[in-house]
Write a protein that binds this ligand. Structure first.
Ligand SMILES: [Zn+2]
Length: 195
């Protein structure tokens, strides 16, 4: 893992831009950003995500190639970037546990989304920037579902099997609102300019 600044991240996104768009368009859609938490400890990073964000808001990359296909979001990894907060060990759907997302993590994730979306020409909306909880609920209708894997409707998030519910809510926010809060913050950071 290598720590990077937002400016470095922007450069990496620009370098990967054409490959990401080629991949995404090969499956008939725009590039996607997927927002996760690791369900691990603060300071514990995983290769499955392109970007890991620590409790102090530090941004770490697992690869210099943001177009590399990684395994972060079921059936959605082509032309997609996975971004995770290092947190939520022992979290459950009523209690985010002893290592809940910190304010610094949430703000850093919103800034990362703002930078990546701008560099990659993506509108920050639910069709291009989704939490894993939202992807698990198939809120964009993209995942057709696969009988063989037990998700005939493409749904495995909160309200269904609840296997994945990353960022369904964050501290101080209502259930189901995590994605809206993060997208709102990302749009706000873009409007401030300088990103
Ligand atoms: Zn996830």
């Amino acid at each position: 893992m290598r720590q990077v600044t937002l400016m470095e991240l922007k450069q990496l996104a620009l370098q990967a831009k054409s490959d990401l768009w080629d991949q995404a368009q090969s499956v008939g859609r725009d590039v996607k950003l997927y927002l996760h938490w690791s369900a691990g400890h603060y300071g514990q990073f995983f290769d499955d995500y392109h970007i890991n964000i620590d409790q102090d808001g530090g941004i770490y990359i697992s690869t210099n190639d943001l177009s590399a296909v990684k395994s972060h979001t079921y059936r959605r990894n082509t032309g997609a970037i996975g971004i995770a907060l290092a947190c939520c060990y022992q979290a459950n759907t009523n209690d985010l546990g002893p290592e809940a997302p910190t304010e610094l993590q949430i703000e850093a994730m919103a800034q990362v989304v703002a930078v990546l979306a701008k560099a990659l020409d993506l509108t920050v909306d639910i069709y291009r920037v989704m939490t894993h909880a939202e992807a698990g609920n198939n809120l964009d209708g993209l995942n057709p579902g696969y009988e063989s894997n037990g998700y005939p409707d493409g749904k495995y998030g909160p309200g269904y099997s609840c296997e994945r519910w990353d960022l369904w809510f964050i501290p101080g926010g209502a259930k189901g609102e995590g994605g809206n809060i993060l997208r709102g913050k990302a749009n706000w950071y873009q409007q401030q300019g300088g990103i």
